[in-house]
Design a protein around this ligand. Structure first.
Ligand code: HEC
Ligand code: HEC
Length: 274
């Protein structure tokens, strides 16, 4: 019956609307595919790791094949960690850059391979190998956004871009800073990973690091006003999703109206289920 069909279509429209709302309310799903790929590997490593909570043992298991049994480095394989310091260990482990999969791989940000306790144990062990930068205490709330922006523009934007979206560095690529925690910002500043220069406390003071970290946080959540939770990827994709939902709704309404007006047309009648 026509009436039943109209009710069904209206119900469908409602469902579609509800679906759009639910879809918009979903948490961001970026990077999930990468996380799924490495999860079994992480689980295996984690159970292995939970049995060993000592830094030296962990190091021997996961790092010494490249860095040597005492972290002395292996020619043509991996550098000495004698003066890497806790800051470098913490940075490379928390950003998932270490342990490197294979000699020759570029260390890239990824899922961390260890839990907090293991990372702390490894940090302490690497720190004990010789003098190196300590893990900086970073408190963005103590910093000033305007100072942070000025310092970031002067010292960081040349590579990472003024909005922290990443850019070109001489000889490579400077990553976007969207996922860097305040601690990682401080560590990167003191450690100078890969092509990035290292900044001493004389060049960038701890207070200035707080300001830079605060500015980086701002670039990660610009205003955080407006937009649904589809990953804060900006107004264009969010607008697109809204468009798709709106277009679908308009099509359905058009169809309902069409059914009412065109009800007497013969070809329409022919389609009617009896
Ligand atoms: C497959 C080999 C390999 C393994 C395994 C490995 N590393 Fe590395 N590591 C490297 C290479 C190569 C570099 C140099 C990367 C670069 O140039 O940025 C490096 C760099 C580092 C650095 C930075 C050194 C510095 O002076 O800034 C730290 C810290 C580090 N590794 C810690 C570790 C820890 C801790 C582990 C074990 C959990 C580990 N690595 C496992 C190959 C490896
Ligand atoms: C000469 C170019 C250059 C400059 C200047 C520079 N960086 Fe970097 N930065 C890099 C590169 C290249 C990497 C990637 C290192 C790696 O993969 O090991 C990086 C990595 C980082 C990371 C780690 C990002 C992540 O997601 O793991 C942070 C945080 C960071 N930089 C912050 C800063 C800050 C803050 C400044 C300014 C004080 C700065 N950088 C200045 C080139 C630069």
């Amino acid at each position: 019956m026509r009436r039943a069909r109209q009710i069904a279509m209206a119900a469908l429209a409602l469902l579609l609307g509800a679906f759009a709302v639910v879809a918009l309310a979903q948490p961001p799903v970026t990077r999930s595919s990468a996380a799924v790929e490495v999860r079994p590997e992480i689980a295996a490593l984690e159970s292995q790791v939970s049995r060993l909570d000592e830094g030296p043992e962990l190091f021997e298991q996961s790092c010494s094949s490249c860095h040597g049994f005492e972290g002395e480095g292996v020619e043509g394989q991996a550098p000495s960690l004698k003066h890497a310091g806790e800051a470098a260990a913490d940075f490379y482990l928390r950003t998932g850059r270490m342990p490197l999969g294979q000699v020759g791989d570029e260390p890239l940000r990824g899922e961390p391979r260890f839990g907090d306790k293991e990372i702390e144990a490894l940090d302490a062990y690497v720190g004990s190998l010789g003098e190196g930068p300590a893990i900086p205490k970073v408190e963005p709330s103590q910093g000033s956004v305007s100072e942070g922006m000025r310092l970031f523009t002067e010292s960081c934007a040349g590579c990472h871009g003024i909005g922290g979206k990443g850019g070109v560095a001489i000889g490579g690529y400077a990553p976007p800073l969207g996922e860097a925690t305040p601690a990682e910002v401080g560590e990167a500043i003191r450690v100078g990973p890969y092509l990035m220069p290292r900044f001493s406390e004389g060049t960038i003071s701890p207070a200035e690091v707080n300001s830079i970290a605060r500015y980086v946080e701002l670039t990660q959540n610009p205003e955080d006003a407006g937009g649904f939770g589809i990953g804060h990827i900006g107004p264009v994709p969010e607008g697109l999703v809204a468009w798709f939902a709106a277009v679908a709704a308009v099509l359905l309404v058009a169809r309902l109206i069409g059914e009412r007006l065109g009800g007497s047309r013969a070809d329409d009648e022919a389609e009617e289920p009896r």
